[in-house]
Unconditional design. Structure first.
Ligand code: HEM
Length: 413
């Protein structure tokens, strides 16, 4: 079994060999359970809706790593892979709480507003069509749809949101890969980080000199009565958009394509116009959430949650994969482990809940609802180039990413 339970602790598989089974085991372990993460680090996981909603709105569970005893007392290995997800000095939306976080949310609200995002709609369409055109030449051979399509669109859309030229979208993507996937040493990490900082500082300077109709300019102009975002905070917000908004959206697109191809009877409902693409996006977010486990919140005092006590100084993660299997929220029939576009009961919380709920959800939904129908209109016979069971997960307990999504776009010659 990929994910053994010993003395009430669930050991998460760093290679993510069987995500489906892992979600069920976490779900069965109760609303809040002990988990062992790669490197022998232990934490709590919240795995059901009700307990997750309580945790995500509890002001005693905070993002600041200063409250994590294991970290402060040197019990976390220096090269622990998940350390890069925990900012040492939290100055951005994801890493702050309370009044500091409320201030940042308020000052950035307009930049993320549905109105601003809606203005991008025609460009998202154009960018999608451009990527599909580029796929035509290799349409008769197997290709990796993740790399050639799903990985490209979200970063291009973020580039548009930032207000940078299309020619720079590839640079942003390369930096992302370097920063999140290809870093081999702490020194390389710091160098890449410094390069990115310089890039963002240059962007801020350029937008200050020549404002545009974009998120960067909106952030620079945010606030009144003497309270504005500092350049550091603008940079932090731009960085967090990539960290929180790129790979998650890549996963949404890949997971939706995979789910539709694996469930032709459900896909028929879409083709026959009996359900919309919005249902495809929402059921994918529930069935196969882009983030498996969101790390971490730390207890500033003892917290009772789901019948367990999270002691002051302990860490808790939000297990969106397991939460999506919650029978209390989604019922037994259809079983939460089935992809069902006509599902009526329950609402997923794959965009989070409470003060940190995702401000990019409108954009992510819009991308899914534009890109997926355009992809299948262009390539109606699109199919997997391997069996579904052969698809492998990227070895991460945080992101729910496929390593590759090999497809044939035009299988019939
Ligand atoms: C399907 C795609 C996406 C998913 C599943 C997703 C999921 C999430 C989740 C679960 C959180 C809450 C984290 C927490 O509680 O600590 C979050 C926060 C955030 N997301 Fe998204 N996200 C997606 C796309 C995006 C996009 C496209 C953007 C930006 C354009 C974005 C920007 C952010 C930001 C800035 C935060 C931090 C908010 C805060 O902490 O106050 N996300 N996202």
């Amino acid at each position: 079994m990929s994910c053994p339970v010993q003395h009430g602790t669930v050991t998460l598989d760093p290679y993510v060999k069987d995500l489906r089974a892992e979600r069920e085991i976490l779900h069965a372990a109760g609303p809040v359970t002990r988990v062992e993460l790669p490197g022998g680090v232990t934490a709590w996981a919240v795995t059901r809706h009700e307990a997750a909603r309580a945790a995500l709105t509890d002001p005693r569970l905070v993002k600041d790593v200063a409250h994590w005893d294991d970290f402060q007392q040197g019990r976390i290995p220096e090269a622990w892979p998940l350390l890069s997800t925990i900012p040492p000095t939290p100055t951005n939306l994801l890493g702050t709480d309370g009044a500091e976080h409320r201030r940042l949310r308020l000052l950035t609200a307009k930049a993320f507003s549905a109105r601003r995002v809606e203005r991008l709609r025609p460009r998202v369409r154009e960018l999608t069509v451009g990527l599909l055109d580029a796929l035509e030449a290799g349409a008769h051979e197997p290709l990796d749809l993740k790399n050639e399509f799903a990985f490209k669109l979200p970063m291009s859309v973020i580039g548009e949101l930032y207000g940078v030229e299309e020619a720079e979208h590839g640079y942003l993507r390369d930096m992302y890969v370097k920063f999140f996937s290809a870093v081999t040493s702490p020194r390389e990490f710091m160098e890449t980080y410094a390069t990115l900082e310089r890039y963002y500082d240059g962007m801020i300077e350029a937008k200050r000199a020549e404002p545009g109709d974009d998120l960067t300019t909106e952030l620079l102009n945010a606030g009144e009565d003497g309270d504005a975002l500092s350049d550091l905070e603008v940079r932090g917000t731009l960085q967090v958009v990539v960290a929180a908004g790129h790979e998650t959206t890549v996963n949404l697109l890949c997971n939706a394509v995979r789910a539709l191809l694996a469930h032709p009877e459900q896909f028929d409902l879409v083709k026959e116009g009996r359900v919309g693409w919005d249902a495809v996006v929402e059921e994918t977010l529930r069935f196969d959430p882009p983030t498996s486990n969101m790390v971490f919140r730390f207890a500033t005092e003892d917290v009772e949650l789901g019948g367990r006590t999270i002691r002051k100084g302990e860490a808790l993660m939000t297990s969106y994969g397991a939460i999506s299997r919650d029978r209390d929220e989604h019922g037994e029939e259809p079983h939460p482990d089935t992809f069902d576009l006509t599902r009526e009961r329950g609402h997923h919380i794959s965009f989070g809940y409470g003060p940190h709920v995702c401000p990019g959800s409108h954009l992510a939904r819009m991308e899914g609802q534009i890109a997926l129908p355009l992809l299948f209109e262009r390539f109606p016979d699109l199919r997997l180039a391997v069996a579904d069971e052969e698809l492998e997960n990227h070895p991460s307990i945080v992101v729910n990413s496929l390593k590759e999504l090999p497809v044939l776009l035009r299988p019939q010659g």
